[in-house]
Design a protein. Sequence first.
Length: 184
Amino acid sequence: MELRLHGMKSHDCHIFMQKLIPVAFREMVPKHVWSTLTEVSLMFQVLCSTTLDIRKVQELEDSVAVIMWNLGKVFPLAFFNSMEHLILHLPYEARVGGPVQYRWMYPFERFLHELKKKVKNKAHVEASMVEAYIVEEIGWFTSHYFEPHVTCKRRRPSRNDDLTREHERISRDIFNHPSVQVVL
């Protein structure tokens, strides 16, 4: 039986690091290992919050080296590479750059995924992506010049539209009583 996590996207790893590590490993590993993993998880929760508390971020700047040292006691040296070293710089980056949501790569990764799905010519991947993007953009901008009755991506009816217009809707007598607006 292989106990491996595979097929996780970067956002999945982010959620795993922040939310699931303290819960998933609580009963599976010794207490000193669990507390170290929980410290890392809490550090990522503080750094990825929508509002940053400067005092907490400064405390993290002071304690991140200790957290990494504790990780070094738990995991073998082969575990550490340049990516784990970058954790040391994250509290400083959060203090200087502000909340991480404005610097995340997730929107760009999703956009690149959409472009990669449009690749037709595997020999010239970049050119194929650019061509597909240009075709999509031309279609979007030229749809502004279509007649109003022409259905296009920009003007398509909503999914649950029952194709009745506002003036064609059946009015119920129960809702047609005169009323007075009450201002509180």
